[in-house]
Design a protein around this ligand. Structure first.
Ligand code: NAD
Length: 457
């Protein structure tokens, strides 16, 4: 197994020079990254097309455009974020001034998955740079063209002792995890998340784990069905359902089920009607193993309501809707991560809230309803990472909303200032006055305890 000890040592040496802490240096790096992305847009799109058959539209909206927005937002605010922040002085600290100093951890490791191979590598990298760290990136081996391109881009433009990239699979990840780094940011599956946390515990390295799971989507009887159908079709079938926050399964109220399914079918036709055609712009399944795994669901779970066709050579599966689903069906065991949407119907929303609470806390949840009482009941009764009322996936796009899981769907959150915070330690500092010295804390002060009890109660 290869050793990354020397690389990490080099980064530690560079970190100790203090350069990465200079805000001007961080900003120059972020601007350079922005220029590189802009000037290589076509190559990034081509790589994403080769690996996943992503269309230019999806590549831009869900990967490149998203990263450029994060860069723009970070560059606008970084000077403020990086400054020490003054906070209130408590009564016991009378006379002192109190501050929070954000400081970088040092050398951070970012391990990313294949489903948005550009965005999920570069969005955390922005946070790492903004906070003043050195970084090592380990992209996914399942999207080799994109990983190779990212490697070329980084190696040609950054010194290895500041920003490094290492290609490889499980072995490479394990070798990197053997070494002590100062922070680990992992995006991937729940199973591997556990491996990462175990490895991190050996060095007491803090982690952010951006994981997945089964994210529910509820369509209540009072929902705007037309919008619900279109927004669900988009959120589920963008990237062929290989999105961590895609609605994994649907609960539809039985009174509106038939009408909703009809509208959903129309929306799918409208948005992704040519998924298996000659000039298909539909994202493909990343590997044959995943293709076979997904295909079996089509035949062993429920009834095909729409779709079901596939093309093994091109690894394409048409957007598929399955009805007559129960929790006993194989498709309901784990995260689907593909263009297959199982639909269950319900009568009593309280019952399905109970059902969802029997399962691990999801990364996302979506509720379609026009009634605030219903929306609030769902939001208050179920714990989940984040989500939308009357939409799907879109919460991901706001730099003002923390993005992350809870329970089995992850630990920690990022995006916008959250990305800066993830990669910063907040150092609490009290600057004490030397103009006087309040006596109460000292054990020999007369009536000291009486005074202290008046302040600390
Ligand atoms: P994965 O966990 O298989 O792999 C992720 C990364 O971990 C890859 O770089 C891989 O090389 C590495 N890895 C794999 N096995 C490892 C091991 N045993 N030890 C160390 N490293 C290992 O995930 P994936 O298949 O690439 O991505 C799909 C999963 O990621 C889904 O579960 C999805 O929900 C989740 N995901 C979550 C988010 C989020 O933001 N929360 C985003 C995208 C994907």
């Amino acid at each position: 197994m290869e050793s990354y000890e020397a690389l990490i040592k080099k980064q530690r040496e560079f970190f100790s020079t203090g350069r990465t802490k200079e805000v001007a240096f961080r900003m120059d790096t972020l601007k350079m990254l922005r220029n590189l992305i802009k000037s290589h847009e076509k190559e990034i799109m081509a790589a994403l097309h080769t690996d996943l058959n992503k269309s230019e539209f999806e590549s831009y909206t869900t990967e490149i455009g998203f990263v450029l927005e994060e860069l723009r937002y970070t560059l606008k605010h970084i000077e403020n974020w990086a400054k020490p922040r003054k906070v209130k002085t408590s009564l016991t600290g009378f006379g002192s001034k109190n501050y929070i100093y954000p400081e970088p951890y040092g050398v951070v490791l970012i391990i990313s998955p294949w489903n948005y191979p550009f965005q999920l590598a570069f969005a955390p990298l922005i946070g790492a740079i903004a906070a003043g760290n050195c970084a090592i990136l380990k992209p996914s081996e399942l999207t080799p063209t994109t990983s190779e391109f990212l490697t070329k881009l980084i190696r040609e433009n950054f010194q290895e002792d500041y920003i490094a990239i290492v290609e490889g699979g499980v072995e490479t990840s394990s070798a990197l995890l053997n070494e002590k780094t100062d922070y680990i940011f992992f995006t991937g599956s729940v199973a591997v998340g556990k491996v990462i946390m175990e490895a991190a515990s050996k060095h007491l390295t803090p982690v952010t784990l951006e994981l997945g799971g089964k994210s529910p989507c509820i369509v209540h009887k009072d929902a705007n069905l037309q919008y619900a159908a279109k927004r669900i079709a988009w959120g589920k079938f963008t990237n062929a359902g290989q999105t961590c926050v895609a609605p994994d399964y649907l609960y539809v109220h039985h009174e509106v089920k038939d009408e909703f399914l009809k509208l959903l079918k129309e929306a799918i036709q409208d948005l992704y009607g040519n998924a298996l055609g000659e000039e298909s712009q539909f994202t493909k399944i990343v590997s044959d193993r995943h293709f076979q795994r997904l295909k079996t669901f089509i035949y062993n779970s429920g009834t095909i309501y729409h779709g079901g066709e596939s093309d093994a050579e091109k690894l394409l599966i048409a957007p598929t809707v399955l009805t007559n689903i129960t929790w006993e069906d194989p498709i309901m065991e784990d995260e689907i991560f593909g263009p297959i949407l199982p639909v269950m119907e319900y009568e009593d929303i309280l019952k399905i809230i109970d059902e969802m609470n029997q399962h691990p806390k999801p990364l996302a949840l979506y509720i379609f309803s026009e009634v605030e009482r219903v929306q609030n009941k769902v939001l208050e009764s179920i714990s989940f990472g984040g989500g939308c009322v009357n939409d799907t996936v879109y919460h991901f796009t706001s730099p003002h909303l923390p993005f992350g899981g809870v329970g089995e769907s992850g630990i920690g959150a990022y995006h916008g200032k959250g990305s800066f915070n993830v990669f910063s330690h907040e150092k609490g500092i009290m600057k004490q006055t030397t103009r006087f010295d309040l006596p109460f804390r000292y054990p020999n002060t007369k009536h000291g305890l009486k005074w202290i009890k008046m302040i600390m109660k």
